[in-house]
Design a protein around this ligand. Sequence first.
Ligand code: ZN
Length: 267
Amino acid sequence: MRFLLPLLCLLLFASISTAAENGSALEAKPAPKALPKAGVVLTFDDRNMNQWVKQIPLFQKYNAQVTFFVDHFQTLTPQQIDALKQLKAAGHAIGCHGARHRKAVDYVRAHGMERYLKDEIDPAVKRMTDAGFPPTCFAYPSSSRNAEIDQALLKTFRHLRGGTGLTAGQRMRDLKSIYVPVDQIADRGCLIGTGIDYAGTEKRPDYLVEIKDALDHAQQRGEIVIFYAHNISDKGPGHHLQPRVLEAILAHAQQIGLATLTYDDLP
Ligand SMILES: [Zn+2]
């Protein structure tokens, strides 16, 4: 009996230690991939997962991974959650786009930062984490943001996404804010993308040429360029990028050796 108690203690300690090690091994995130010389970050917003999921084979064809920013996570059906699981399993990243898709600047002005975080961010992060999608990144609905909100959100997320557009006659290669040198990406909390919905259609006939030129520009200068769109389909519903245009973009990136990166890949 004199020897039994210390032995039991030792066994108990050993089993707790092993459990703790297993636990931390499960929680440990894979180390981010070494960054390529240049890249493109393609992102898609809102709740178009039933259309997005149909494009998994297209992304696979070009070994491309992208990021999907989802809002109203608390309202998703089991089928929509399953679509997100399939996208994640295919290597894509799932980011946060707000609990209720509120415009950040207006909400903070009306209710204050604390309420914004409590109403729009915290419940979305919790719901996503509980469902197996802990988000590393956030995209501002309607690209509504400012430096103060960036600072508050960067305590929760590694990177954010804002947006900008072309002015009349401006070339996409001259839209400086959408390009970040690879070696500066870790220090750039909020990345700025530009919208590419309707590229290569009647609404934006020149855009596909502009996007390819922007990819060339990023590749030549060792930069990461950021884009956003919404649905991926021929006719919507809602803002959308056609699959044939997405394929042309992915094919061009592959042809010039430009890597696709998800937000989760970024340090
Ligand atoms: Zn949105």
